[in-house]
Design a protein around this ligand. Structure first.
Ligand SMILES: Cc1cc2nc3c(=O)[nH]c(=O)nc-3n(C[C@H](O)[C@H](O)[C@H](O)COP(=O)(O)OP(=O)(O)OC[C@H]3O[C@@H](n4cnc5c(N)ncnc54)[C@H](O)[C@@H]3O)c2cc1C
Length: 402
């Protein structure tokens, strides 16, 4: 019997596996993929993430301190920070690197293994697994579900009932690029309804192009690509588009008897940008800490494991809440309002108070969001947008008080 079974070898599961195996615990990591980490993703992380979970320099495509934002009416706003804020990385290789370190520390990886059922009793947790044509069972003292967006295992573990949580869909492809050298973010209903699209250069010849939205994406990526081709930014397609979901809200409870849930499976992506790698890794680390405490006292009850949820709420619970209400506020604005909002928010003067101020962080948006809505010019501008926008503005302001 293993000490822990971890389902999912993404950022969350590999960090949990590394922490547990480094402390000498017997860990089995199960993933239905054969290519570790090869999940749809742009591969941008904040510099803080790169410090907390170091990235070998050869896996960093580039460091970024700037981006250009294009408003619905086509105006361009450059933002250039004094220091690097983000790293564009080879995500698959980065996640693989963590998995390899975990393997070297003793974690046992079972690829091509799909978990299809969970059973539990007073002595252990068992998971049913399908691999090639065989079915088998793994058992452990504890189960960590790091199985990503929309995982049916969350229901099987009794941690979700009723309808699915709130989420966005993302679509992305890799392209050959022409005259584009920095990240460009396009806002407006024509690009992605109530959300945004991006082109993120990886090097001088390749980029990720994608978009995300709460609404169904019907041909939006095609027309976004055509628009970028017309402007000479995209020269050719490299890969076919792929789609995947991004959770916007945590699941109701992230622990149960003998069970912890981490990363996208728990709903931990940033609702503002959809970035989830860092919080997935942080939650993997916190789940490992909670697991180690449970091994020490031999208590795997929900009451003992609740400490995990207390921990992540302390670290990024407020961020997720403020980010969620900021997303709803953003979505409530029409294109004309977004034009006005971006013109003021990205003006050189306001940038100094918000995105260029010393406390701005790529990984922690709450402070900047609250500064923005309380800003002496931006607050009144948003209030002037009227009855559709007002309730979302009030809810966001209230979220900062509690
Ligand atoms: C288009 C797009 C772009 C994105 N860009 C960024 C970005 O630039 N930066 C960023 O920080 N985040 C980005 N994200 C989000 C980020 O990719 C996720 O938040 C992150 O990968 C979550 O990590 P995770 O370990 O929780 O889950 P995942 O990375 O999804 O890993 C889950 C693993 O579980 C496995 N699995 C699932 N079910 C089972 C099962 N039943 N049995 C066995 N294995 C199973 C899967 O195969 C997978 O390997 C993006 C998302 C999308 C959709």
């Amino acid at each position: 019997m293993y000490d822990a079974i971890i389902v999912g070898a993404g950022p969350a599961g590999n960090v949990a596996a590394l922490r547990l195996s480094s402390k000498g615990h017997r860990v089995a990591v199960l993933d239905w993929r054969f290519d570790i980490g090869d999940k749809l993703c742009t591969g941008i992380v904040g510099t803080e993430c790169g410090e907390a979970f170091p990235i070998p320099s050869e896996l960093i495509y580039r460091q970024a301190n700037s981006a250009t934002f294009i408003s619905p009416n086509g105006r361009e706003f450059g933002v250039v920070s004094r220091r690097d804020q983000a790293l564009v990385v080879d995500r698959v290789a980065y996640i693989n690197e963590i998995a390899e370190t975990a393997m070297n520390a003793g974690a046992s990886y079972h690829l091509g293994h799909r978990v299809s059922g969970i059973e539990m009793d007073d002595t252990s947790v068992r998971v049913r697994v399908r691999a090639s044509n065989n079915s088998t069972t793994f058992s452990a003292k504890l189960l960590i579900l790091s199985s990503g967006f929309g995982s049916p295992l969350i229901r099987m573990a009794g941690l979700r009932e009723g309808k699915d949580g709130d989420f966005m869909m993302g679509a992305q492809t890799e392209v050959e690029i022409g005259n584009v050298s920095d990240t460009e973010v396009y806002v407006g209903d024509q690009i992605a309804p109530e959300a945004f699209g991006w082109i993120v250069p990886l090097d001088e010849s390749r980029a990720h192009v994608g978009l995300m939205s709460h609404h169904p994406l019907n041909g939006h990526l095609d027309s976004f690509q055509s628009r970028l081709k017309e402007r000479g930014k995209i020269l050719d397609d490299i890969s076919a588009p792929r789609r995947w979901g991004i959770p916007l809200k945590p699941i109701p409870r992230t622990y149960a008897d003998r069970t912890l849930v981490t990363g996208d499976a728990a709903g931990f992506a940033k609702p503002t940008t959809g970035g989830g790698i860092y919080y997935a890794m942080l939650s993997g680390q916190m789940a490992a800490t909670a697991a180690i405490k449970a091994f020490e006292c031999g208590d795997f009850s929900a009451a003992q494991l609740k400490g995990y949820e207390d921990d992540w709420k302390k670290v990024f619970g407020h961020e997720l809440k403020v980010g969620y209400y900021a997303r709803l506020l953003f979505e409530s604005m029409n294109d004309t309002q977004l034009d006005r909002m971006m013109e003021m928010f990205l003006s050189p003067e306001v940038q100094q108070d918000t995105v260029l101020s010393s406390d701005f962080s790529f990984d922690w948006h709450g402070k900047t969001i609250l500064k923005t809505v309380r800003h002496q010019e931006l607050g009144p501008l948003i209030t002037s947008f009227g009855a559709v926008v007002a309730p979302f503005f009030k809810r966001l302001i209230r979220s900062s008080i509690f």
